[in-house]
Each structure stands twice: as structure tokens, then as C-alpha cells.
Ligand binder design. Sequence first.
Ligand SMILES: Cc1ncc(COP(=O)(O)O)c(C=O)c1O
Length: 411
Amino acid sequence: MIPEVFDFIEQELSNLKNTGLYRHMSLIHGHQEPKVTVNGKDTILLCSNNYLGLANHPKIKQAAISAIEKYGFGSGASRLVSGNMKLHEELEQRLARFKGTEAALVFNSGYHANIGIISALVGRGDVIFSDKLNHASIIDGCLLSKAELKRYPHKDINSLEALLKKHATRNTPLIETFRGRHHATLIITDGIFSMDGDIAPLKELSELADKYNCMLMVDDAHATGVLGKNGKGTLEHFDIDNPNPVLRHNGTGIIQMGTLGKGLGCFGAYVAGSKKLIDYLVNKARSFIYTTSLPPSVCAASIAAIDIIENEPQLRQDLWDRISFFRSGLENAGFDIMNSETQIIPILIGKADKAIKISKNLMDKGVFIQAIRPPTVPEGTSRLRITLMANHSWDDLKYAIETIKLALEAV
Ligand SMILES: Cc1ncc(COP(=O)(O)O)c(C=O)c1O
């Protein structure tokens, strides 16, 4: 019998269901707060990236409302046509000041940013060295670029150097590359790894990038507002001076990408770097060029969020206090929290169906933690991925730790 054209859909869905990898969405009622109602059930939310609790902050809501009143809602076109409004540029100036760079450029999301930046920087004939646990949007950017992709073992500087050495001595065939015959190399890493919660060794990566004349890009999606004394991200955390960008990495400095939808509680993403880099991306990043720009109210919200991050450092302290408390609660209970160092705390479970069962059990008891399974994480490393917020109450966190202990003992 000839299969119907769409038979594969049903087959694939049942494969996913049989292997514990089927995904579905949970419906959240009301605001994004530390406690939410999910499918009608009251729960403690422990799987949101709203780390500083800003998504429902009155100043941010008011900034968006005022911007809608002043500028309307839609932007009507892409930035390069007629969708470049005052608030887009104001947000970019604020981001550049916050990150301490010459310039910044806003993208519609972190996914857009990664696919656009990477495919603009490298192409056919170039090489990318990417950490094995980098986010899916980085991987998609690498694949889209058509550059050769070399994935180095997670945070393994020695293996990366071995790969770089091999590449440097390789007799590259004289093929026509993306930019004539000049081959480029890019090292790319998450700042805080999204599913593991550990931090990239950025200082060492930066030294390697200098030594082997590579571009270096860091994805600060989870680090913006969280890492560093002033919440500026991974560079600030390691006290890496990104001094005169003209002297480093061929005039671009470390390329810092980050998102506005996580620690900032808003939506969108940015890249911060030299003016030259930003000018280049405006001309070359297709996911920037060929898409309607963000609504101005979304930019206004992000500006208000940067104000809060700059003026209310206590929020970040509140988050880090909760991180210490929760980590020690889980470690004292003997759980494997992998190498987490931050607000993202995984508990390694192993099999996908087991992780799902525990997650459901937790939900029944009012604790909302998603099970993360392949292909998001490697086979055999399914986990509960816990994320903390600055405004979780201590009582809720204590209850969550006790409930997690019981749920894991029960399987
Ligand atoms: C490391 C990392 N980069 C990029 C993204 C994509 O950002 P966005 O959600 O804004 O598309 C995410 C998460 O979604 C992420 O975890």
C-alpha cells in the first residue's frame, strides 16, 4: 500500500509518545509570578527564566503602556525600511552603555540574534569552534552559516586548543570562501549554559582566541542582569576588560549577544560590540534585515528593565541568596546537581520517562518543574531543570526542597 503523504506525522508523534519524548504546552493563567496557576492548579513556579521577577514589574508595565499611548503598537516595517523608531535607537544606546561597548543592535529574539550574527560572521570555507552544550539557536546559526562546525567537549580548553592547533597547521585548500580567500574562525560559547547552569571559562577562551587569531562570541542569554557585580554578564563576572575593541580580535572585541526576555523580563535580544561590528550586522544579518522590528513598547519595557537592573542591585543579591539556599538544600539531600553554579540548577535523572514521572508527581504537589529531555540535552541525561527567581518566598523554596526529596525517593 502506498503511504499517504502525511502518514509520517502520526508515526512520528506515536514514536515520541512511546519514547517519553512527546512535548505539550502547559497553560499558565494570570501573570508571570513566583506562584502561577497551571491548567487550573496553584503551583510554585520553578521553571521560568524571569530570574529577577521583572516580567510583571509595575515600572516595566507602565513604560510599555506609556509607549503604546505615545507611539501606538506595531512598528509597521523592518528597521531598514520604515520601522526604525526612536525607542529602538534609545534602547540600543542604553544597552551599549550598560554593556560598556561602543554600540549595540537589537534583534527580535535570541534565536533571531544567534542565527543572524553567526551566519553573518562566518560562511563557506570558515570554521566554527562551538561548545558541545551550546544552545540550539547557536547550533542552528552554525548550520545555517555553512561554515565547518567543530564541536569541542564541554568547557574543555585543552581539547579546544588541540583542535585550534590542528586547524592552524592544516593545509586549507585554496577554495573560494565566503569572503574571498580569507578564512575566518569563530569560537562560540554560552555564558551560562542553559540546561546545566555552569559558566563558560571565558578568560581562557579569550586567551585562545587571541593566540589563534579567532573571533570570540559569548551568548549572555542567561547571564544578562544576573552575572557580574552590576549584572552586565559573563565578562563582568570574570573581570574581563574588553578594552579597546580596535586592538582585539580584529577590531570587534568579544562579541556579546544576550536576551531581553529572561533576566530583564521583557522580550527581544541584543548584540553589543564595536561600531564597526554593528554597522556590519545591520548590513549582513538576514534575521535583522528581513523581519518587522519589535513594537516600540517592547523597547520601552526593556529600557525600564535596564533602569531597574542598574538602580536596584538588591534584586540580584536576592536571587543569589536564593541560589545558595536552594543549592545547599539539594546538595545536603544528596542530589546530583551536575556542575551548576547559578540560578539554573539541574537534577540529573537519566531516563526521559523517569524525569517525566517525577515532574508530574511534583506538579500534583504544587511544584512546577519541567523535565528536560533529548534532543534538548544528550541521551541519558534527562533532568529536572530548576530555575530560581529573586522574589521566590523562603517558605515556598523550603516547601519545594522537601517536595523534591519526597518525589525523588518515591521513584
Ligand atoms: C543560551 C540561549 N541563547 C538563546 C536563546 C534564545 O533566546 P530567545 O528566547 O530570546 O529566542 C536561549 C533561550 O531561549 C538560550 O537559552
